[in-house]
Design a protein around this ligand. Structure first.
Ligand code: HAX
Length: 431
């Protein structure tokens, strides 16, 4: 069934379920908040609802009940359907969604004008967010809201904005890559190709084996969502809760993804790996990686791609990318280095964490690689070498999760976000 029809069928059911949950459990606490958590980024505080996916500390990403690696063959547009409905689309629904995206894929000329006018050294994430923001004038949600619309209808123009944004995002992202790195004019969308293959093709990367296209689909699938509390999802949720439309909300979320402790870690990670390789003239030995890792940590820097706020095991997304590398590019020196780093860095972080504790600092909670530790090496292999661009690929994928969460929230009438803050003074006076 077409995605919009499926949603029309499911939303009344979700609304009833929400009413029932609130009637039965509405007054039950789900979390306590300590002073340390209030000072500490609210880590571990359960304070919002997100049905699209959950992240279990010992299992990683689970999308609508499916552990990520059990559905890794899904194409990104299929996972968008799954995120929203909890069901995988049949062939007809998948084709209809692909057509809906293709029909909305034309990038307006004014977007190119704005992007071309930006300074040459603009960060690709800044260009992407600008491209999304200037398209805000296209928002169906804002038009309908301004005219007047009942609350139960909010999800429909939000859904339309989501299709428009997803339709146009690969084109903007690929076109700005070509503008930013002087690769030639943007390449138009091919309406006979799927969403992921289109992105790969529009980047203009030479792909004689078709494996870059496979990697792009996998990349777009793996980064699609990571429950509701991470910086980008939470920001998008908060901005959307003020009834700002999808263009404002997604752009805001992606500004958070652009931080080095979040999505930018993928560019930082490859940079670190290349620095290690340069220092040791090629793929380094395990001992050399160990030395360089300690050097990085003792200089007060983080090892990008390692650690996580929620996960306490190797990120299954890292595992999936690592499997791809072993299958398609096992001899690639950058991939071999990433693989070796994986053998060494968790032990180094464990040892360094003990040093930190001995010095009275907090332990490092997780020594294992996250999604960003290995993805860059694969892109690099296929010729996408401008690693400042990598977070843009992450963004195109993560937009699916943020948009799904926005649609669900507008369907359920989730109110404006407004947690209560207290002052440090309040803590000392009242506790
Ligand atoms: N290298 C060095 N130190 C690290 C570390 C790492 N990879 N991971 C954690 N630590 C340090 C923290 O900086 C913190 O130090 P301070 O107390 O001195 O500030 C201490 O260990 C405790 O942190 P934590 O409880 O283990 O982790 P947090 O929940 O605070 O932070 C981070 C989680 C992901 C931000 C952190 O592990 C980190 O900075 N990792 C490197 C950057 C990275 O890979 N980010 C991407 C994460 C995945 C993601 O969101 N992708 O988009």
């Amino acid at each position: 069934m077409r995605l919009q029809d499926k949603l029309r069928e499911m939303i009344p059911i979700w609304r009833e379920e929400k009413k029932e949950v609130l009637t039965t459990y509405g007054k039950n606490p789900i979390s306590e908040v300590s002073v340390a958590q209030a000072f500490g980024g609210m880590r571990g505080v359960k304070g919002m609802i997100c049905d699209t996916s959950v992240v279990e500390p010992d299992k990683g990403l689970i999308i609508r009940g499916h552990p990520l690696l059990t559905i890794k063959e899904l194409w990104p547009e299929e996972v968008f359907y799954l995120l929203l409905t909890g069901e995988k689309p049949d062939d007809e629904a998948k084709a209809a969604l692909q057509k809906d995206l293709a029909d909305r894929s034309d990038v307006p000329d004014y977007v190119w004008d704005v992007l071309r006018a930006m300074p040459e050294d603009s960060h690709p994430m800044c260009m992407l967010d600008t491209g999304i923001l200037v398209m805000e004038r296209d928002s169906e949600f804002r038009k309908r809201y301004t005219k007047g619309m009942v609350k139960t209808d909010y999800w429909e123009p939000m859904f339309e904005d989501a299709l428009r944004l997803l339709g146009v995002l690969p084109g903007i992202a690929a076109g700005m890559y070509r503008i930013r790195y002087k690769k030639g004019d943007p390449i138009p969308y091919d309406k006979d190709l799927d969403w992921g293959a289109n992105y790969a093709r529009m980047l203009g990367i030479d792909d004689p084996t078709g494996n870059f296209k496979k990697l792009t689909r996998l990349y777009l699938m793996f980064h699609c969502d990571h429950e509701g509390g991470n910086v980008s999802a939470n920001t998008c949720h908060t901005v959307g809760s003020a009834l700002s439309d999808a263009f404002y909300s997604v752009s805001a979320g992606l500004n958070g993804l652009a931080g080095p402790l979040h999505g930018l870690a993928n560019q930082e990670c490859l940079k670190w790996v290349l620095e290690v390789m340069e220092k040791f003239n090629g793929a380094p030995s395990e001992d050399q990686i160990e030395d360089m890792a300690f050097e990085t940590l003792r200089a007060g820097k983080v090892i990008p791609g390692y650690g996580h706020a929620v996960l306490r095991v190797t990120d299954p997304r890292f595992t999936g990318f690592n499997e791809f590398g072993h299958k398609y590019l096992p001899e690639d020196p950058v991939f071999m280095t990433v693989d070796r780093v994986f053998k060494v860095v968790p032990k180094v972080l464990e040892a360094f964490s003990k040093e930190r504790v001995a010095a009275g600092k907090a332990p490092i909670a997780n020594f294992w690689p996250n999604v960003d530790a290995g993805s860059g090496a694969l892109l690099y292999h296929y010729g996408l070498k401008e690693f400042e661009y990598y977070t843009v690929l992450f963004s195109i994928s993560r937009s699916m999760g943020m948009l799904s969460q926005l649609i669900v929230n507008r369907a359920l009438g989730t109110p404006i976000t407004r947690p209560k803050s207290v002052s440090a003074n309040w803590v000392t006076k009242n506790l």
